[in-house]
Design a protein around this ligand. Structure first.
Ligand SMILES: *Cc1c(COP(=O)(O)O)cnc(C)c1O
Length: 422
């Protein structure tokens, strides 16, 4: 992690030390590196520079407006899954013709709004959705460009909760029904078939899973062209894995292997290529900064009780996710270590950020960072236990900006309304 690392024994995000940041922003908070976002985006884009490619950043992983502005300036399009995300993408200056709309449950309101905006494509997940989009398009007198998200029934070899390309998952149209669903689409008013789509899961490092899935789509494209259904783009979804440990996955090699598989198919396809990377762009561009409140040794282990909790970062308890934890002050090389569980203040046994970690001895008041918190972190947070959503800070070289302040307790209380008859 080139942009987030120890320098002079203190963790730095680009040119600013995390200790300095923590003296200005109360912990816990998220902190992002603008140049890490840029670098990851460019790496991904460069891997497909030889093709007509549209890179639609998956907003759901981190949709702060400042982050979207950075990526919009790099030329990114957007993959959105709700009207809220569509509005966010447009507000950040991403033009509608670079936006694809995914998700299993687009409502007629969302469909009408997206049609008025003139988005690039709807990624359709079911026959009922196809019928609905046709109806709405006729009503608002627009044509909906669509692709069908095909469920290739391939095991992506990832955690069950982030696997989406098996037949038992709720996502996509079973590949065996693809041809008949395309034929239905071709017969419906208000519908223009433009592409084919897949997204088989997340944190995927098994390149063969992409390969097998793409093979199914490529096969379908050939059959569709025989039926005079001309597929003009193929959307590979997102899902490429990142390194959560510094050692487990070599991101550059994985990206190169991924690009090699896609290039092998793409040369013959004569299609626009669409990608929806999320985690790959954002994951290692952010950290969560937290402070130790108490150290609590019990008979079998020691708990480091910190001020961040599952409501701020739900990945460990939701997906058994592993985030590297480090002290902000670099430990001495041969510092003695103990094994700890790092837990938060929320009243849930599942409220942990890391289990069974070997850590140098840490005292109350010390700062810790959780690495790889740029994707599926802030966006998935909640106010459980009446804990305000935490701040987000952006660092760009030696500049910093509070890109989302944490609301006050009073602001949160004021969202409720007590009827006057109580
Ligand atoms: C979540 C999601 C993505 C992004 O997945 P990553 O693993 O973060 O790259 C892309 N497309 C769709 C349809 C998604 O649901």
């Amino acid at each position: 992690m080139q942009h987030i690392r120890y320098q002079n024994s203190v963790m730095q995000v680009e040119g600013i030390s995390v200790s300095d940041l923590a003296s200005r922003y109360p912990t816990p908070f998220y902190c992002y590196s603008a140049n890490a976002f840029r670098q990851q985006y460019r790496r991904f884009a460069d891997a497909f520079a030889d093709f007509p490619a549209l890179i639609c950043y998956a907003l759901k992983v981190n949709s702060n407006q400042a982050i979207l502005k950075i990526l919009a300036d790099e030329g990114a399009g957007a993959d959105v899954v709700s009207q809220g995300e569509l509005l966010r993408a447009l507000a950040a200056g991403i033009s509608a013709d670079k936006i694809v709309f995914s998700g299993v449950a687009k409502t007629s309101t969302e469909i009408a709004f997206a049609l008025e905006c003139g988005i690039h494509c709807f990624n359709i997940e079911s026959e009922s959705e196809l019928q609905q989009i046709s109806q709405v398009a006729v009503q608002v007198q627009r044509t909906a460009s669509i692709s069908l998200r095909i469920n290739p029934d391939i095991d992506a070899g990832t955690h069950a909760k982030i696997s989406t390309g098996k037949s038992e998952n709720k996502f996509g149209i079973p590949w065996k029904l693809a041809l008949q669903t395309y034929q239905l689409a071709a017969s419906l008013p208000g519908i223009k078939i433009t592409g084919i789509d897949m997204h088989i899961g997340s944190q995927i490092s098994k390149i063969s899973a992409f390969d097998q899935s793409i093979a199914r789509l490529v096969d379908l494209i050939a059959q569709l062209r025989e039926l005079d259904i001309n597929i003009q783009h193929i959307d590979f979804g997102g899902g490429l894995a990142i390194s959560y440990t510094d050692q487990d996955i070599d991101e550059q090699t994985l990206l190169a292997e991924y690009a090699a598989v896609i290039s092998r198919y793409a040369s013959a396809l004569n299609c626009q290529l669409i990608f929806e990377p999320g985690r790959f762009i954002a994951g290692n561009a952010g950290i969560l900064v937290t402070k130790v409140i108490y150290v609590k040794p019990v008979e079998q282990k020691t708990f480091l009780i910190v001020d961040a909790a599952m409501n701020d970062l739900i990945r460990p308890t939701l997906y058994d996710a592993w985030h590297q934890v480090a002290t902000v002050i670099e430990p001495a090389e041969y510092a003695a270590t103990t094994t700890v569980d790092i837990v938060g203040p929320v009243c849930e046994t599942g409220d942990y950020l890391a289990l069974d970690r070997s850590m140098p001895k840490v005292a109350a008041g010390e700062l810790l960072v959780l690495h790889s918190a740029g994707a599926y972190g802030a966006v998935a947070s909640s106010t459980y236990n009446s804990r305000p959503l935490i701040a987000e800070v952006l660092v760009d070289a030696d500049r910093e900006h509070l890109i989302r302040p944490s609301p006050t307790h009073q602001q949160i209380i004021d969202l409720d309304s007590v009827p006057d008859w109580l």
